[in-house]
Design a protein around this ligand. Structure first.
Ligand code: DQA
Length: 145
């Protein structure tokens, strides 16, 4: 069974109460349930995590690299400036789908560039939490191919 880590960066644990006009009313617990349900339906082994500590995310990315796992990653604010997260992503040996709930290109200038995107397999943004479901479908398609 294909192993997939769904990893979330800072402040995403506050989904459902955080800037609901931007990120929607789905809670983080609902997001976890959505990813786990989607993974079950697709025959993927999905592990969902969130952290506000950069070193913790980097450690999880190292584990994913060692396990050749696929990663669905919302790096949140780290997307825009963390070369350390980007470097860890560059070491991955499975597919990496970068997800943003909001359309970062339609927001403040500092959000319009992600330093992670260049090392990602692909990027989904602006589709709300449905982006995670779509990312998992893509991983499952790759695993089947
Ligand atoms: C985000 C967009 C980022 O700019 C922001 O810092 C986040 C969430 C998104 O999912 O739309 O925390 O990655």
């Amino acid at each position: 069974m294909r192993k997939v880590y769904v990893l979330n960066g800072p402040n995403l644990g506050r989904l459902g109460t955080r800037q609901v006009d931007v990120y929607g009313a789905t809670s983080y617990a609902d997001l976890v349930a959505l990813c786990e349900r989607t993974g079950r339906d697709l025959g993927l082994e999905v592990t969902v995590r969130q952290t506000d500590a950069e070193h913790e995310l980097i450690g999880w990315l190292h584990d994913a690299a060692d396990e050749q796992a696929a990663v669905v990653l919302n790096p949140a604010a780290w997307s825009h400036y963390s070369y350390a997260v980007r470097d860890a992503c560059a070491m991955l040996r499975g597919p990496l789908v970068e997800v943003h709930i909001s359309n970062i290109h339609a927001r403040e200038e500092f959000r319009q560039h992600s330093v992670v995107s260049a090392v990602a397999t692909g990027v989904i943004c602006g589709l709300g939490v449905d982006g995670y479901r779509l990312a998992l479908h893509h991983v499952a398609t790759l695993a089947a191919g």
